[in-house]
Structures are given as C-alpha cells and as structure tokens.
Design a protein. Structure first.
Length: 399
C-alpha cells in the first residue's frame, strides 16, 4: 500500500534542527507580513486594484529567478552563508515599502513591483538552500523524509501567523512599526542559522553556472502543475479575507487539526485518500463562503481551509520526495516549495486585481467572481488528480 506513514525519530529534534525550523518560520512570516504591508500601503495611496494586485503578485515571478544559480552558489561558497546573505538582503527589502510611501503614486507602484520581485528571488534562494541543503545536513539519511515534512510544517504555519501579526500590528502600532517588526523577524532567523554548525564539504568539480539541481525536478512536472492549480485557488480564497485577523487565527487552528488528523485518522491511509479529502474540504469551504458571511461560517471556513491545505500540502510534499532519487531529494523539496508559494502569490495578486478584498464584511459581486474562479480551479484540480496525476505518480515513483 502506498501510504503516508513515516516513523518518528526522536534524535531528529535536536537543538540544530529546532534552530533551522524556527528560522524557517520567522523569515517565512516576514514574507507573509510583507504581503499585507504592501497591499495596505498601495491601497492607502489610492492605487487601482489592478496595480495593487500586479505589484503583490510580482512576488511569484521573483521566486524562481535565482533557482538556477542555487547549485553553484552552495558549491562555491559556504551554504549557510548563502542562506544568511539572502535573508539579510530580504530583511533590507522588507524596510523599503514604508520608504516608498511618500513617492508619487505611479513611481511608488513601479518601485513596489521591483521590491516584490527582489523579495521573491531572495526568499526563493534562501528557502531552497535552507530546506534542500541545510536541514538535510543536520540529520541522518533515515531521518530526512521526516525532516523535510517537519520543516515544511513550520513554514506552513507562517502562512497564518504572518498575516495575523501584520494586521494586528498595523491596527495597533501603525505601518512603520509593523515594517520594522517584519524585518526584525528575519534578523532573528539569521541568528538562529548562525547558531548551527555545518560541516565543510568539498566543492564538486565542473559545476555548471545554470543547473536544475536543488531547483526544479523535471520528472515531477505533473505534480507541479496540479499543486500549482490548487494553490492558485487557495490564493484567490485568501484574497477575500486578507483584512480579517480572525480568519488567519482560525486558519492556524485548522493547520493544527490537520496535524492531529495525519497522526490519528490518516496514519495508514493511502495518500490518494488524504489528498482527495483535502480537496473536498477546500471545495466545501469555498461553497460555504459563497453562501454568505454568517457568524458560523466565519469560524468553519478557515478551519476547513487549514485542515484541507494541511492534508494536501503534506501529502504532495511526500509524493514529490517519492518521485525523486535519493540524490535529488533537495531538488524535489524545492519543486514543491515553488509550486506552493508561486501559486499562492499568483492567486492573491489575481484576486486583488479583481477587487477581491471584503468591504465591511460583505461579499461583493467581485468577491463572488473571485470565489467562483477558486471553486472551478479546485474542482478541476481534484478531477485531474483522480483521473491522471495519481496513476502517473504510481508509474513514475522511485521509492
């Protein structure tokens, strides 16, 4: 049976792994805080929904830009230093939105687009080095699947923590203080990485300038496209709740529920069942939200979204890993990361450009259009996975 169950190794949870896992959470939180900061800064400046959505969505374009250089960078330089420098530059980019707030509307929009592309490129590089190389370096071979799984969960919680912290800080302390906090989180993440010692590795010979190693796994193209469609739908859904702190607080509870479900409900279930269940939950949450903004749905919807995406994300990650050979584990991890983060960023940018955010807690006609597209994409992703992707994976898996 092709199940999702993986053994738990207590020795994995040592001091070094905790430092790297927390670093992943903190600098991922910076990225999701910046999503709210850039969005609210541009909307306050009077930019159109299309301009704001385009600027926010440019993050997706930046994510893969430095990926082809990842292999040569970690071979020529100390891999932890590559990660640290990428995070340090990302912290500097986090401070720029406030600096641009006094510019003319047209100039500010263009500069924000550039910042979002740069932030995406630096985040992509730092995340690829951290998850595909540094996390793996801290554990034994038999622990690496669990390490990838756990590290991904730490980053996934940032998707709820980042917007929640940003919204609350903006409302209580203002935009400038929130911007400084977002940059400070990445600086703390750098400190955590600095506290871990990594063994020196002799660089390989004849390393190419451009390489798919540690960047993208061509053999996982079907999974990549399928997951990308799911996360674009998730991004569209998040758009209509982008100013709602309650949504992100309950979303985190949904993630916790997914962790519990994986441990007790789906412990020996086939991965297909878990992914299908997650997609059905996501479809149901969209239908509930389209039905209105009743008090009960405000709690149930984010809970279902967190539960569904927790199940989907965990199982897609494991499938990516099982498709790769042992030497390509880091590459499969980066491929999963790109599909997940690019889809969310593109979906949120698309939704904002359609004037998706809520107005006084009421679903507008544009909100309904955004949710309708999200529903269509999710149903399509479910059908494609059941009809094609899962059987394709079983024919191509390596382990």
């Amino acid at each position: 049976m092709d199940t999702q169950n993986t053994p738990v190794h207590l020795r994995l949870w040592n001091k070094d792994f905790w430092f790297l896992a927390l670093a992943n959470t903190l600098f991922s939180m910076t990225v999701y805080m910046q999503l709210v900061i850039v969005y609210q800064t541009l909307m306050s400046a009077g930019t159109t929904s299309y301009q704001t959505g385009l600027a926010v969505g440019m993050f997706a374009l930046g994510l893969p830009l430095l990926g082809a250089f990842c292999s040569i960078l970690v071979q020529r330089y100390r891999r932890n230093r590559v990660c640290i420098w990428a995070m340090l530059l990302m912290a500097a980019c986090a401070l720029l939105p406030v600096a641009f707030s006094t510019y003319h509307q047209e100039s500010m929009t263009q500069m924000m687009m550039g910042v979002r592309v740069a932030t995406g490129a630096l985040f992509g590089l730092a995340q690829m080095v951290l998850t595909s190389t540094l996390v793996i370096d801290t554990c034994e071979a038999r622990q690496r699947t669990e390490a990838n799984y756990a590290a991904a969960w730490f980053g996934r919680f940032a998707m709820s923590l980042g917007p929640l912290v940003a919204i609350l800080l903006i409302r209580t302390r203002g935009m400038v203080a929130t911007t400084w906090v977002s940059a400070a989180l990445t600086l703390v993440a750098i400190i955590f990485v600095l506290m871990v010692r990594f063994p020196f590795r002799t660089p390989e010979d004849n390393v190419r300038l451009f390489s798919l190693d540690r960047f993208f796994l061509p053999g996982a193209w079907a999974l990549f496209v399928n997951l990308l469609v799911v996360t674009v739908a998730l991004g569209l859904l998040l758009t209509v709740q982008l100013d709602n702190p309650l949504f992100f607080a309950v979303l985190m509870m949904g993630f916790l529920l997914a962790l519990i479900a994986e441990k007790y409900v789906f412990v020996n279930a086939e991965m297909k069942i878990e992914i299908v269940s997650g997609l059905i939950l996501l479809i149901f949450s969209i239908l509930l939200l389209m039905n209105g903004m009743q008090t009960m749905s405000l709690f149930i919807v984010p809970m279902l979204v967190g539960l569904g995406m927790g199940l989907i994300g965990s199982r897609f990650l494991l499938i990516f890993i099982k498709l790769s050979h042992h030497s390509k584990r880091g590459t499969s991890q980066s491929s999963f990361f790109l599909a997940f983060e690019m889809g969310i960023a593109a979906g949120i940018g698309w939704g904002i450009s359609m004037n998706g955010p809520l107005i006084s807690g009421v679903l507008t006609a544009s909100n309904m259009q955004v949710l309708s597209i999200a529903l269509i994409l999710t149903v399509m992703a479910l059908l494609v996975y059941v009809v094609f992707t899962h059987s394709w994976y079983l024919r191509h898996k390596s382990r």
